[in-house]
Design a protein around this ligand. Sequence first.
Ligand code: HEC
Ligand code: HEC
Length: 250
Amino acid sequence: MRYFIAILVAWLFAGCANQGKKIKYDGEILIEQKCAVCHNLKMPPNTYADEKAPPMMAVVFHLKDFMKITMDDEKFSKFIPFVQDYVINPSRDKSYCDKESLKTYGVMPSQKGNVTKDELEAIASYMYDFYDQQKYLKQMQAKAVFDALPKGERIARKNGCFNCHTLKKKGVGPSFSEISKRDAKEIIDTISNGSHGKWAGFYVMMPAFKSKLTQENIVTLQKWIQTDSKKENTGKAVDMSTQTPWKVKK
Ligand code: HEC
Ligand code: HEC
């Protein structure tokens, strides 16, 4: 009986403590549920012919720009309150959307009844953090570097060859520059069927890739190993001039 009372007291206490706590909302899940029907959430966005609304990345970059947000605490003083208000009470006057876009999309229909203020706080917070200009720039730069690589190296990086091989140094597997001295047919055969024990001093098994890669891609890899992988500049960042695509005309 004494135990029972102790448990009951503990339970009541925990119950009271829980009541004061706010439910924690997950902005990433909520934005998918409540906003993705109209707004494209990808960064960078996919382009569709019949968009119902501007992509969320454009919305957020646009808002940050027009609100002249420079410090992260303005996320709480400006950004979140605006989104919380706009989604429930949208209007032509409040919208930062330019006239042309408003004509194309129309004013956003109020989401009253579909989403609560607390949920919007989580959604807006997620929007602010996820659609980050610096992160986007870095992503685009990384993509530009990747796209500028020879095709063989792109295939190698996408398929995890660099988990075990490097260009010049011995790793879990032999370096590509060592491998390049081997016979072309043997290289193709090893990538297709894998290998073990052929090279002294390597203990891991080279996996077979014939079920993952087309024959054409395997040949591209072999050619890359025997030509481009030996060049000095492979894998180095290429020079890029990246624009700031979210800057809009005022
Ligand atoms: C039924 C379609 C629809 C849904 C659902 C929708 N939106 Fe929109 N939204 C629009 C359209 C259209 C616009 C562009 C016109 C405008 O600015 O009102 C827009 C614009 C916006 C803007 C920009 C306002 C400005 O000043 O530029 C914000 C912020 C926004 N939406 C947030 C959200 C959030 C957050 C959600 C999910 C809770 C959401 N929207 C759900 C259609 C939608
Ligand atoms: C799990 C680690 C691992 C991965 C992933 C891996 N390799 Fe290997 N690779 C090895 C090891 C270890 C050897 C040495 C095998 C041996 O001694 O027989 C090797 C050997 C090779 C050889 C030697 C050819 C020969 O016959 O001498 C080639 C070519 C090669 N790998 C290409 C690749 C390519 C291309 C990829 C990606 C598609 C890849 N490897 C992914 C570990 C790996």
